[in-house]
Design a protein around this ligand. Structure first.
Ligand SMILES: *[C@@H]1O[C@H](CO)[C@@H](O)[C@H](O)[C@H]1NC(C)=O
Ligand SMILES: *[C@@H]1O[C@H](CO)[C@@H](O)[C@H](O)[C@H]1NC(C)=O
Ligand SMILES: *[C@@H]1O[C@H](CO)[C@@H](O)[C@H](O)[C@H]1NC(C)=O
Ligand SMILES: *[C@@H]1O[C@H](CO)[C@@H](O)[C@H](O)[C@H]1NC(C)=O
Length: 523
């Protein structure tokens, strides 16, 4: 009897301690890499015992068994439209600005599909649950804030990279264009005159496009959320509790001010402690006292996408090394070749291989998540970027001395062998990544702990209006004191005009006095 009672009590205690808040994650971005970051946040919350419901438009790679997942994929028509647009974008150089122009025009379907989601019956089910908080994966979908208004819950914005002009607006974070170079500006600080000009122009264009987007988002919001008691979209944007950003500026830079409502959780997708390796991989790595190289082109690039000639070059160089090589290769029936130091596997736990002390080099395509994991575990890199953001990631990591980048399409045996030897033998790469890794991990709270603490904070206080900058409620003119400058300028102009008048008047008198006797003489 006593045992049964205490068992029930124990059960109750366990249940109540794991029964957290009802949290809705709205992550409709059509990008796998965004989804990895957002789902890592959701996973941390589910692990901590919150009842997390996630809505996405793609099947996520990161998952947790307790997350209630609602996937509402785009229609075939929308998928085709996107494919066509992407095809026309490929080949031309795309930066954020041209991409945004496309989103406003041709790629409109990216936005409308995220609006259609809200009308879908599968989505509408979220309104049956009483939620306590919404975490909003933000990417050209501001109008979805109406969901939080309907649920009457506080909102935390989740953003994948360092804050920028579009994210700053949610919490009135100052955008310091004169000394915060955009990563694509490739400037060292302090910036030269021309770099500052470039940065300023980029910012003005981004601001202008943000206004265009806001106009569009307002229209969509007013179409979807027609209830009488709904706040406006701009009210909702002034009521964001916190913003989670994927940065850690004190190791990552550039140093810049952040308002307290911006919480840095950069690296949330990285496992803090590695899991045990599969037996065979552990044996290979443990016995690689001469060093091991890990090669993987990520999950989006299949090995067959790389030209056979290039694969042959990669094999030839790697098979001639004394280091062991673990190569992610899907087609185990047709491997690039047999060599005693090369081990092919179709699936590999990247996050657990990189931390192994014998892993000395990571050869990858410079995908954002691969670079972050490699840096976290202090493994220098040789990268062969292929598409998307990979060339930019590669350029940035070369700039910081974390590795060497080569063009995959024009790869030669000689250049590849040189690059590998350079990174393996020259200490400076290992030292640079070690230094970064030490700074990156040195935080009062890990990214996961930050997520848990700040989510609980918002839940405890039902929002975080105490953290809000007063600048949120000021217009452009007041915020920049333009009215005061205008008054001072007016007074100065008046004074100048008055003194001009006075001088003219006095001069006139003087001249008349001088002229009068002279005039008399002439006559
Ligand atoms: C957890 O969330 C789901 C919605 O996804 C809801 O149906 C369920 O009632 C919630 N559980 C609790 C204990 O509130
Ligand atoms: C702002 O959010 C809080 C919850 O954080 C909510 O109680 C309040 O009604 C919201 N205000 C507006 C104007 O939407
Ligand atoms: C800098 O520009 C890039 C692309 O040009 C963009 O993806 C990124 O968000 C910007 N970063 C910041 C911090 O503004
Ligand atoms: C590699 O070895 C396997 C058997 O161990 C063999 O089936 C395969 O044909 C070999 N591949 C090459 C390219 O020699």
């Amino acid at each position: 009897m006593f045992a049964a009672c205490s068992a029930i009590l124990w059960l109750l205690a366990v249940v109540s301690s794991t029964q957290g808040a009802n949290i809705l994650g709205l992550y409709s971005a059509l990008s796998p890499s965004h989804l990895i970051i957002h789902m890592s946040t959701a996973k941390a919350l589910a692990e901590a015992g919150h009842n997390v419901t996630v809505v996405t438009m793609m099947q996520p790679k990161v998952m947790h068994k307790d997350i209630h997942l609602i996937v509402v994929p785009v229609t075939q028509e929308q998928a085709d439209a996107m494919e066509n647009q992407m095809a026309s974008m490929a080949g031309s150089r795309n930066d954020i600005i041209t991409t945004m122009y496309l989103l406003l025009n041709g790629l409109d379907v990216m936005i409308t599909s995220q609006a259609d989601l809200l009308k879908d019956p599968r989505f509408q089910r979220v309104f049956e649950t009483k939620f306590d908080l919404m975490i909003f994966g933000c990417f050209f979908n501001d109008f979805q804030l109406g969901v939080a208004a309907k649920l009457k819950v506080p909102v935390i914005v989740d953003w994948m990279i360092p804050t920028n002009t579009m994210i700053d607006q949610f919490v009135a974070n100052p955008t310091e264009v004169s000394y915060v170079p955009n990563e694509s500006t490739f400037a060292t600080t302090p910036m030269s005159f021309f770099k500052r000009a470039e940065n300023l122009v980029k910012d003005v264009i981004l601001k202008y496009l943000t206004i265009r987007f806001n106009y569009k988002f307002n229209r969509i919001y007013n179409e979807i959320f027609t209830d009488k008691d709904m706040p406006t979209l701009s009210d909702m944007k002034k009521n964001i509790s916190l913003v989670f950003v994927g940065s850690h500026l004190i190791s990552d830079g550039p140093i810049r001010p952040l308002v307290p409502a911006i919480i840095e959780i950069g690296g949330i997708q990285v496992k803090e402690e590695p899991d045990p390796l599969p037996q065979d991989i552990a044996e290979i790595l443990d016995s690689s006292s001469q060093g091991a190289i890990f090669l993987s082109f990520g999950s989006n690039t299949k090995s067959y996408m790389v030209k056979p000639e290039i694969v042959a070059i990669i094999f030839k160089v790697l098979s001639g090394l004394k280091e062991n090589v673990i190569w992610k290769w899907e087609d185990l029936e047709n491997t690039p070749g047999n060599a005693s130091n090369i081990f092919y596997r179709d699936w590999l736990p990247q996050d657990d291989i990189l931390p192994h002390p014998n892993t000395k080099l990571f050869i990858s395509h410079a995908g954002k998540n691969s670079v972050t994991e490699s840096l976290y575990h202090a493994v220098p890199m040789v990268v062969l970027p292929i598409f998307g953001d990979q060339p930019l990631n590669a350029a940035l990591l070369v700039n910081s001395g974390y590795g060497v980048s080569l063009d995959l399409q024009t790869l030669t045996e000689d250049a590849f062998r040189k690059a590998i030897n350079e990174v393996l033998e020259n200490d400076k790469y290992t030292l640079a990544v070690r230094k970064f890794s030490a700074l990156y991990r040195d935080r009062p709270l890990t990214p996961k702990q930050s997520v848990l603490f700040w989510v609980d904070y918002v839940l405890r206080h039902r929002g975080a209006p105490n953290l809000q900058s007063p600048a949120m409620h000021m217009g452009f003119i007041e915020l920049h004191n333009l009215d005061i400058y205008a008054l001072v300028l007016t007074i100065l102009i008046l004074l100048v005009l008055l003194s001009q008048r006075a001088v003219k008047f006095l001069l006139g008198k003087l001249v008349r006095k001088v002229k009068a006797p002279a005039g008399k003489k002439k006559q």
